[in-house]
Write a protein that binds this ligand. Structure first.
Ligand SMILES: [Zn+2]
Length: 115
């Protein structure tokens, strides 16, 4: 999974195509994520103790991870991401368009740094 919580992504398909928004939740096992304001559905709720008014409740539903692209913070483009090994043995995610790093994905490994 190349997308993490708090990333800004661009939606590539569906009703919300073209929308750029923040990732709220990531479900790695299902390969899905919830993006702020994207794939919003209305749930009609009956009056209850918890919800005395009843009415419609807006809620974002998860979308498939492959339908979004990470928006690079340096070049501001929706781009594919790569992973590269740094000199200290740590791994970093990077933008395939401009090459800017966008956060570590693995801590340094002293033993294998020179291997
Ligand atoms: Zn970039």
């Amino acid at each position: 999974m190349h997308i993490r919580v708090d990333d800004v992504v661009e939606v590539l398909s569906g009703n919300d195509r073209g929308t750029r928004a923040r990732v709220l939740r990531v479900d790695r096992a299902a390969g899905k994520l919830v993006v702020e304001g994207v794939n919003r559905v209305y749930k009609h709720v009956r009056k209850s103790q918890k919800n005395p008014q009843g009415g419609r409740l807006a809620k974002e539903m998860p979308i498939q991870m492959s339908n979004v692209m990470l928006v690079c913070s340096s070049c501001n483009a929706a781009s594919r991401t790569g992973a590269r090994l740094l000199k200290d043995g740590s791994k970093e995610r990077y933008c395939k368009k401009c090459g800017a790093g966008s956060g570590a994905i693995a801590p340094p490994r002293a033993q294998t740094a020179n291997a």
